[in-house]
Design a protein around this ligand. Structure first.
Ligand code: TNX
Length: 543
């Protein structure tokens, strides 16, 4: 505890020296940022003016400013600029729907967005120009709410700035998911990859198949029983909350592997028809969806129908990773399918499976996203490949016309430990360590990639896998999880690495600079702390 306070004190002092007008400490660093020497002070009588169509953004701004200031802001629709805070649409320097311009003068803070998305990001930057206490949910009495004067032009480098949350292996409450969306939005991340399904848990209510959640969402017996799922109403709330914060939720419906939970609920979906038990240890199940039976595809068509009624994203993630073909190789239905189609291998059967799924989702206007296992196999329509274990897979994918998102283990796996120094909080290490600096080194443009494919690299996505919570190692180390502990543990894995990733996918490459980032980051620990988020200090200590 004493070390924690000392560290924070040091960081405050450090941040204080940097909080001059020349150093505005914004993360991710905007395209251009000039301190202009003025200050704007938010007072109880400061009004928020918004141009028609931006009421929701004005409300979000007021709800971000009200708790800490304790002020009850007036929101007023206005056609022209007014003193106070002024949100408007207009042309900014960049032709990007997420671009914004933020100008702070003595009497006015003006945020101009190319679209409402840009306005939302202008608001996030404005919060970073205010003292760190603005993130505190409790009223901060006696504080002066100074906005540091600046002229900022900004737009993101990449359109896909993602985070993946593994709610299958560990069930995160709806409240945690909403909080996770806040965390993403604070750093201008916009794609939430929702890993809803895996061997260890099916987390999405599907009305036509109730056993998916009555059986597939729970593990263990008696006092050991854990689990949970999101009702369709929960999902609607999550999607709406995310969308208001510019976050698109991409559901992942894993197939054909990592599907034991579904096979437990409905044994006919597997090749053997056997009744299996939900796992209590982590392993990759060999119980795949049977590719030989039409009932598998009927089931998936029903599931997608309900999924697409809930998730408006044009993307659906279908997993595709780590399929072990033992069952298909021994299954008469699968082997008949293979012969009838004239296919030679089980891998070719998986391509067939993916193609069937692609045909199924196409009428809904959906584009498939999958782990990099699915991108080399020549699907008819374009897919988005998440490149995780082999960066070279990017080349084939883009040549075949697909898009890619970098989710490389060595840079993006936030379930990995940051260090192995004494006191480090236990985390996975199977790909090695993923320290903060390593995350900052990620360049989604794989070395050697031809310039003409640049646009097909959509961005990057980090993963918060939770498989370590199925078996004992990490649990033994950090003690049993409850809502509080698990939040803090996952926060610890997230911060500050998320801040580094945010800069990698937002800030122009030429302006990315590790030393400068480190300096700006110093003041962000106070922001995390005020917001109530856990984080890892440069010295490892679970806070
Ligand atoms: C690999 S990355 C997996 C996950 C695990 C993760 C643990 C990928 C597509 N599959 O199933 O949870 O490693 O780091």
């Amino acid at each position: 505890m004493r070390t924690k306070v000392a560290c924070l004190l040091f960081l405050c002092l450090f941040a204080g020296t940097l909080n001059s007008f020349s150093q505005l400490n914004i993360i991710p660093l905007p395209q251009t940022v000039k301190a202009n020497g003025t200050v704007f002070i938010i007072k109880p009588q400061t009004n928020i003016y918004y141009q028609k169509g931006l009421k929701a953004q004005a409300e979000l701004l007021a709800s971000a400013l009200s708790p800490a200031t304790g002020y009850d802001f007036k929101l007023l629709e206005a056609q022209s600029a007014k003193d106070g805070i002024w949100l408007t649409l207009g042309k900014t320097a960049a032709a990007n729907p997420e671009a914004y311009r933020l100008t702070v003068g003595a009497n006015q803070v003006s945020i101009v967005g190319n679209t409402s998305k840009g306005v939302f990001y202008g608001i996030q930057t404005l919060l970073q120009l205010l003292p760190a206490e603005i993130y505190n949910p409790q009223r901060q009495k006696g504080k002066t709410w100074t906005v540091k004067g600046a002229d900022i032009q900004d737009a993101p480098l990449y359109p896909w700035r993602g985070m993946m949350l593994d709610v299958s292996r560990y069930f995160f409450s709806k409240a945690y998911v909403l909080r996770f969306i806040d965390i993403m939005a604070m750093y201008k991340m916009n794609m939430l990859h929702f890993h809803l399904i895996d061997d260890a848990g099916w987390r999405l209510e599907i009305k036509k198949y109730p056993k998916l959640t009555s059986m597939g969402a729970w593990r263990g017996k008696g006092a050991e029983r854990t689990g949970g799922y999101y009702t369709q109403e929960d999902i609607k709330e999550i999607v709406a909350y995310a969308s208001a914060r510019n976050v698109e939720v991409i559901p992942e419906i894993e197939l054909p592997a990592h599907t034991l939970a579904a096979v437990v609920a409905y044994p006919y979906l597997g090749c053997t028809g056997q009744q299996f038990e939900m796992p209590t240890q982590h392993s990759i199940s060999k119980e795949l969806y049977c590719v030989g039976k039409e009932t598998t595809f009927d089931f998936l068509a029903d599931v997608f129908k309900e999924v697409f009624a809930l998730f408006p994203s044009k993307y659906v993630h279908i997993g595709g990773d780590e399929a072990v073909y033992t069952r298909w190789a021994a299954c008469p239905y699968c082997q008949k399918r293979k012969t009838d189609l004239g296919l030679k291998t089980e891998a070719a059967l998986q391509v067939y499976f993916n193609q069937r799924v692609q045909n199924m989702v196409k009428p809904y206007g959906k584009t498939i996203v999958g782990w990099d296992e699915i991108i080399e196999d020549g699907l008819k329509e374009k897919v988005v490949g998440m490149v995780w274990h082999d960066p070279k897979k990017t080349f084939k994918a883009v040549e075949n016309g697909h898009d890619v998102v970098m989710s490389l283990t060595k840079f993006c796996y936030f379930d990995m430990a940051e260090s192995n120094i004494p006191g480090e909080v236990k985390a996975a290490t199977w790909v090695g360590l993923v320290p903060l600096e390593k995350v900052y080194q990620l360049n989604p443009l794989v070395p050697g990639l031809d310039e003409k494919y640049r646009k097909q690299v959509l961005g990057a996505s980090a993963t918060l896998w939770a498989d370590q919570f199925i078996h004992g190692t990490i649990l033994q180390e950090i003690g049993p999880l409850n809502e509080n502990r698990s939040e803090k543990y996952f926060d610890y894995l997230t911060f500050p690495r998320l801040s580094a990733l945010a800069e990698v996918v937002w800030t122009p490459l030429a302006q990315q600079n590790w030393e400068d980032f480190e300096k700006r980051l110093a003041s962000h620990y106070l922001r995390y702390q005020n917001a109530g988020y856990g984080f890892r200090l440069p010295q490892p200590k679970l806070i």
